[in-house]
Structure formats: structure tokens, C-alpha cells
Design a protein around this ligand. Structure first.
Ligand SMILES: NC(=O)c1ccc[n+]([C@@H]2O[C@H](COP(=O)([O-])OP(=O)(O)OC[C@H]3O[C@@H](n4cnc5c(N)ncnc54)[C@H](O)[C@@H]3O)[C@@H](O)[C@H]2O)c1
Length: 298
């Protein structure tokens, strides 16, 4: 980052703090976060501890007069996240959470299409995240902290699901939740030595269904490991058009044609945008003389 100097690192594991400090050329290394926070030459802190430790470190940083950028998920529990938000408000400090997916081109394109009203009335959203074999540590990368509830609070939903769910909630306008149901699974086999070494006790598949005020719904399917080759990307359905985030797709009906000519590209969509796709599902109605639309524009 421009105009940012990394002044100090704190980690309870001194060897790790020294290793990262040497690698990144950071001059000051602490094993006690509060000693780092006592420095008056630090304006902001990046909290990148595991999920259940975000709350205490973040609030300590606010109380020491620092701004905070915190890793996702915001916390391991709603009550912790609420305390963090309240502390930021009480101390007047800046507070950001690392949700990089909200800044993706696909999310920005979706937001601009939704804000322009082209989806019509949004009635359902789907949060999908897929890894065929991607459980941290047991499948080959990351630390066991990711797969131990006492540190991470949860598995696939807490690690990856939060990216997809938060982006969708933002896109659909943060409607008020009425009811949530869900289930978590750990069913897929894993290397037994790594299971034992890691203390694995979190979900690899999380599913959910959310009802919001006003009739809107959201379904969730988030996999770290599953016997399947792919899931479609997250999507948002409106009564006039639908959006998929990955790969990006925008789908709408062009209406019913009474001629054999191909439909013309509506100027309002902006034909030069490379991300806009259209596909129309109109069926041929031979007995009425109506023609099927087969437009698929990129
Ligand atoms: N690793 C990734 O690819 C990745 C990507 C995006 C977000 N994140 C998020 O970043 C956070 C950390 O993940 P990670 O992969 O860096 O974990 P990690 O296990 O590699 O590192 C966490 C570090 O925190 C230290 N620690 C634990 N308690 C502490 C305390 N009280 N004070 C100071 N240090 C303490 C541990 O010693 C460890 O070195 C998680 O919230 C995770 O969701 C990680």
C-alpha cells in the first residue's frame, strides 16, 4: 500500500513473529499485543488472528486510539461482532473488514445493474461456494486453526461462505432477516493422520435457507469438500432479469416477437459492455406464429 509503513508485528508465537518480521523487514516484534498498541507512532492495526480472537484484539486497538482493518469473518460469533461495531462507534475509530469479493468487478457490475432497476423485483438470491477438495490443513494447505472450532468457530461457512453471503446481502440491500434454517456436514473421507493431527471438528459443507422481510429468500451452499465437479456461481433473481456473479451473466427476456427477425440489442443496456450476456428462454409457439428468441449476446 502506498504511504503505509509496517512498523510492528505482534504474535503470541515468538518464533513466528520473528520469522514474519524478518521476511517483511518489520523493525519491531512483540509477543504482547498491548505493547504494540502502546506505541504512539501506529495509527492503524490489521487484525489477522484467528476468528475467535478478532473481538478482543480489535476492541483493544480501538481503546488504544487505533483504526482497525480486520480479517474476515468479522468474528466467530454475532455477539462479538456487535461488540466490535459498538466499540468502533464509541471510540470514533475507522473500522473495515476484509471482504475483497465486494470490490470485484463482477460485484460492482451487479450493483450498478441492480441500482438501475433492471432486475425488477428481486425475489431470491443464491450463495454458492465450491471447492471439490479444499479443507485447510487436511487437504494440504493452511494451519489447523482453520479446522478447530475453538479458534475458527466454523469451517467452510465461516472461511469462504462469509465472502459470498456478505456480497449478496449487500447487493440485495441488506433486508431484515425473519428466519434462518441450516445444517452443517462433515461426511467426506480425509487422511486419518491429518484428521488426528489437526483436531478437525468443523463443517466442510454448510447449507442454509434464509427468509427476509418482504418475501425475499436466500439459499446457501458452501463446500470445502464435495463429490461434485462444480456448483454454479452465486446468483440473484428478479422478476425482470437475473444475475450470476461467477462467471458473470445477466439474463433477461426480450419479450415476445411477432416477426422472424432477430431482436435488436436494447441501447439502454450498453452494447459495448463486455460483461453483459443475454439469453432468452422463449419457447416456439408454432400454432401462434410466434418465433423463439435465441439471442445470446456477450
Ligand atoms: N490464510 C489465508 O489464506 C487467509 C485469507 C483470508 C483471510 N484469512 C483470515 O486471517 C485470519 C488468520 O488466518 P491465518 O491463515 O493467518 O492464520 P494462522 O493460523 O496462520 O495465523 C494466526 C496467528 O495468530 C497468532 N495468535 C493467536 N492468538 C494470538 C493472540 N492472542 N495474540 C497474538 N497472536 C496470536 C498465532 O500464533 C498465529 O501465528 C483468519 O481470520 C482467517 O479467516 C486468512
Amino acid at each position: 500500500m502506498n504511504n503505509v509503513e509496517l512498523v510492528a508485528i505482534a504474535d503470541v508465537n515468538e518464533a513466528e513473529a520473528q520469522r514474519v518480521g524478518a521476511m517483511m523487514g518489520v523493525p519491531h516484534v512483540y509477543t504482547d499485543l498491548h505493547k504494540l498498541l502502546a506505541r504512539d507512532d501506529i495509527q492503524a492495526v490489521d487484525v489477522c488472528l484467528h476468528n475467535n480472537y478478532h473481538m478482543a484484539a480489535t476492541i483493544a486497538a480501538f481503546e488504544a486510539g487505533k483504526d482497525v482493518f480486520c480479517e474476515k469473518p468479522m468474528a466467530g460469533a454475532y455477539i462479538d461482532a456487535l461488540k466490535m461495531w459498538e466499540a468502533s462507534q464509541a471510540t470514533g475509530r475507522n473500522f473495515g473488514i476484509q471482504f475483497v469479493t465486494m470490490y470485484a468487478n463482477e460485484a460492482k457490475a451487479a450493483k450498478s445493474i441492480i441500482d438501475s432497476g433492471q432486475l425488477g423485483r428481486i425475489y431470491h438470491a443464491r450463495s454458492y461456494g465450491f471447492r471439490r477438495r479444499g479443507r485447510p490443513y487436511v487437504d494440504g494447505y493452511g494451519t489447523p486453526n482453520f479446522v478447530q472450532k475453538q479458534h475458527s468457530a466454523g469451517g467452510a461457512l465461516y472461511d469462504m461462505g462469509v465472502y459470498h453471503i456478505s456480497t449478496l446481502l449487500w447487493l440485495i440491500g441488506l433486508p431484515k432477516v425473519e428466519r434462518i434454517t441450516g445444517k452443517a456436514y462433515q461426511e467426506i473421507e480425509m487422511d486419518e493422520k491429518r484428521r488426528a493431527a489437526s483436531g478437525y471438528n468443523v463443517e466442510e459443507l454448510g447449507v442454509g435457507f434464509v427468509r427476509f422481510e418482504g418475501g425475499l429468500s436466500l439459499d446457501i451452499l458452501e463446500a470445502w469438500a464435495v463429490h461434485m465437479d462444480k456448483f454454479d456461481g452465486s446468483m440473484i433473481l428478479g422478476n425482470q432479469a437475473g444475475l450470476r456473479l461467477e462467471p458473470f451473466g445477466f439474463y433477461r427476456s426480450l419479450g415476445i416477437s411477432t416477426s422472424t427477425a432477430w431482436p435488436t440489442w436494447p441501447a439502454s443496456i450498453g452494447a459495448s459492455t463486455t460483461y453483459v450476456k443475454m439469453a432468452t428462454p422463449m419457447m416456439a409457439r408454432n400454432n401462434t406464429g410466434l418465433q423463439p428468441y435465441r439471442a445470446a449476446c456477450h
